[in-house]
Write a protein that binds this ligand. Sequence first.
Ligand code: MN
Length: 200
Amino acid sequence: MFALPNLLYAYDALEPYIDAKTMEIHHAKHHAAYVAKLNEALAQAPELQNKSLEELLSSLDSAPEAIRTAVRNHGGGHYNHSLFWTLMKPGGSDQPQGELAARLAKSFGDWTKFREAFTKATLGLFGSGWTWLVADSSGELSIVTTANQDSPISQGLKPLLGLDVWEHAYYLKYQNRRPEYVEAWWNVVNWPTVAARLEK
Ligand code: MN
């Protein structure tokens, strides 16, 4: 059985960029619902119950067809949100440092260009989904978007940074102003965690 992870900071810790009410509903309602529905689906497939979330999502084809979509949506939702919470931190951190900064510069020109490209991908994403900085199996970095709760690990990509672009992530504070949400979010990105994910 999967469980809702605790946040490492209070719901109001990302104010004023991400408001407390949004964080609370996002974590305690939306994320909790993904966990509950994933467990509900897995209850019908005992053979999958000793698999890790990463294993489930990287081999969706091996899930019985009756629950495959549920594992994809709710397993993806659980994985993506569990990661998302760790990619933000109170007060944020200025910008990427060290090896991460060098790799972003190599792939995108420089840090500012990476940020522009990531923002552009986010603003161009139609409907609900996520924007990601990912590494492929050869370590090449790129920016991708996924629809709904699809996770990059289902495509063999390792997510280093991800931004939730579902309206539930910003609507209470920003309503339809997605650009303002994205602009604010850059202030709370946890770059040391992104760098640690790259190293692994
Ligand atoms: Mn979300």
